[in-house]
Design a binder for this molecule. Structure first.
Ligand SMILES: Cc1cc2nc3c(=O)[nH]c(=O)nc-3n(C[C@H](O)[C@H](O)[C@H](O)COP(=O)(O)OP(=O)(O)OC[C@H]3O[C@@H](n4cnc5c(N)ncnc54)[C@H](O)[C@@H]3O)c2cc1C
Length: 472
């Protein structure tokens, strides 16, 4: 095989692309990955999951120190504050350690890293148009070019006053005030970070509640907690105009009652979602069917052109919004690699995708919300258990929130689990397995949960679903 010819060429080294590449190489295929950034890992490692969660860990550390007195920790003569230089130094160290880790895995698995921007150029052909300019030949192409921040008409992102998450992770100073447009995971995570760091934070959400994709009970609990922390929440409110000036941003927002108000802040963070990164890829010219810039794929991630697959944030499966999550892209990458290596694969079940939001308090959920289960015609029963009753939560001083189970009354099957509160992003793993194994509420009850742990809230919520929690 010529040196620029591979079994598989992956375009994009995010969590979709690099995981697909590793799995394909493990299965004996020759693999190259084209990546235009200077580091591997894509949005997740460089601008997304990793740096934001690192900042949230700093926020959590500050919270603990701010409550030092309660913990009996003596910090004489000083008010705890955040040092952004040290915050970024630590965060960047975490990020670079992980991106270098992927470089190591590429070497270990003999994956070629081609540095540059890829363009589809006819069957099995990819042109690298900058960086290591060359033409690659591939038996199979996997597009994993991901997504990029987007705005709405009338709001121009200037990356200085009107910013995206790409800037919000690098702010050299804590802004005095920050308005966040959008209350999805990205919006509420930055709200938690900068409120804890000391900013005046306002979250504006077009829909009637925060984290609108979550179960309604979760939204209510989060808004209650945010208000207690001093985060202003304007739900059912549309930002109609935003103008950046030398010292800040002025914006107009219209409530559901039609009334308009003017707000101002040092910064406006636009966190209303992300669009596909397909500009300049040459996908349309290569005959690949697209929808609103996303690559259309079937349940095995095959694009409309033979020997081209696509995974991750860049795809649409034509059935509502495709979840733009790192773990989803990775699972899709593995599935594609296994298919290309000739293995039998089965489609993923998107009802079993966990959603974790690392705001304070954390949210972890999987499966159907109560409303979705009713819409699908289930005879639904639900049960909730508050963390505040648990010994483990009290010890940790983290007593907000609850675990809620949504189940089918007829067969007792667990249809969804929704939690907000301490360690929810970890606890949700048990719920994911429960859904995958089509577990009943009875089986959750009969599963022994260690004491004292946060996980007891899951067992107690199962008891509550059957009528009575033990400790309530
Ligand atoms: C602030 C933030 C926080 C997030 N937090 C979480 C979280 O906690 N958990 C979670 O699951 N998800 C989170 N996400 C989402 C997650 O980052 C994405 O779902 C995931 O990165 C998608 O992976 P991907 O491989 O599809 O694309 P990406 O990670 O976007 O990778 C695509 C790669 O392709 C490269 N590329 C694009 N075009 C070309 C080209 N033509 N040639 C060469 N290279 C190209 C890009 O440079 C990029 O490196 C977060 C996102 C953001 C923005």
């Amino acid at each position: 095989m010529p040196s620029n010819s591979y079994d598989v060429v992956v375009i994009g080294a995010g969590t979709g692309g690099y995981v697909a590449a590793i799995r394909a190489a493990q299965l004996g295929l020759t693999v190259a990955v084209v990546e235009k950034q200077k580091a591997l890992g894509g949005t997740c490692l460089i601008w997304g999951c990793i740096p934001t969660k690192a900042l949230l860990e700093h926020a959590h550390a500050l919270k603990v120190v701010q409550n030092a007195q309660e913990w009996g920790v003596v910090i004489p003569d000083s008010t705890p504050a955040i040092n952004m230089t040290q915050v970024h130094t630590r965060k960047d160290k975490v990020v670079s350690g992980l991106t270098k880790g992927i470089e190591f895995l590429f070497k270990k698995n003999k994956i070629a890293w081609i540095k540059g921007t890829a363009q589809l150029a006819g069957p099995g052909t990819i042109n690298i148009v900058d960086g290591d300019k060359q033409t690659l030949q591939a038996r199979e192409i996997v597009v994993a070019t991901g997504s990029a921040p987007r705005s709405v008409p009338g709001i121009e992102i200037d990356h200085k006053r009107i910013i995206t998450s790409d800037e919000a992770i690098h702010l050299p100073q804590v802004p005095k005030s920050l308005i966040i447009m959008g209350s999805g995971a990205v919006g509420v995570e930055f709200a938690s970070i900068y409120r804890r760091f000391g900013s005046e934070v306002t979250v504006i959400e077009l829909l009637p509640r925060l984290v609108p994709a979550e179960d309604e009970a979760i939204s209510t609990e989060l808004e209650k907690s945010f208000r207690k922390q001093g985060i202003k929440c304007l739900t059912g409110t549309k930002v109609t105009k935003a103008v950046a000036g030398a010292n800040g941003v002025e914006l107009e927002a219209q409530g559901s009652d039609g009334k308009t108000q003017t707000l101002s802040a040092e910064l406006l963070l636009v966190a209303i979602g992300r669009g596909p990164a397909t500009a300049g890829l040459g996908a349309e010219a290569a005959g690949v069917a697209m929808e609103r810039g996303y690559i259309k794929v079937d349940e095995f991630y095959r694009a409309s052109v033979p020997h081209i697959s696509a995974v991750g944030d860049v795809i649409t499966m034509g059935k509502g919004a495709h979840p733009q999550l790192a773990h989803v892209s990775s699972m899709e990458g593995i599935l594609v690699a296994e298919r290309l290596a000739g293995q039998h694969v089965r489609p993923l079940n998107y009802d079993h995708v966990p959603a974790c939001t690392y705001c304070d308090p954390e949210i972890g959920s999987v499966g159907l919300t109560e409303a979705e289960a009713k819409e699908r015609g289930f005879d639904v029963r639900v049960g909730s258990f508050p963390f505040g009753v648990l010994g483990r939560a009290r010890m940790a001083g983290e007593t907000e929130g609850f675990v809620k189970i949504v189940a089918d009354r007829k067969y007792d099957e667990v249809l969804g689990v929704h939690m907000i509160g301490p360690r929810s992003t970890e606890l949700v793993a048990e719920a994911v397995l429960a859904l995958r194994l089509e577990c009943t509420v009875e089986e959750l009850i009969k599963t022994i949960h260690a004491h004292p742990t946060f996980s007891e809230a899951v067992a107690e919520a199962a008891h509550a679903t059957h009528g009575a929690a033990i400790h309530m």
